[in-house]
Design a protein around this ligand. Sequence first.
Ligand code: SF4
Length: 108
Amino acid sequence: MTGQAAWRSNARCASITGSLATTFFSEELEDMAVAKRICAERPVMADCLEGALDRYEPYGVWGGQLFLNGKVLTKKRRRGRPPKAVRPEEDFPLVPIPERLLPLLRIA
Ligand code: SF4
């Protein structure tokens, strides 16, 4: 196994089925936060993020970042009036972006 195929064998989301699989493409802030936390624990995170940036991923959580139309969304909030206090389950984990990928970054 080489290149892309090698890191994909360590991709946690590749072995996830059922409702957790949809977590990475959910519209719910709680799910997005869970997906980001899962990514943050993975050694393949940087490779995954690089691939998502290369592919201009249209949607979902990839490599610890939330994508929309090929760009990384740094903030996402619930529709409607902002809550007075952030719910802990919606607190977006800040997953650091590896320095080598910063030149590739497109932020929405
Ligand atoms: S970094 Fe996240 S999206 Fe990428 S393979 Fe791992 S769990 Fe999946």
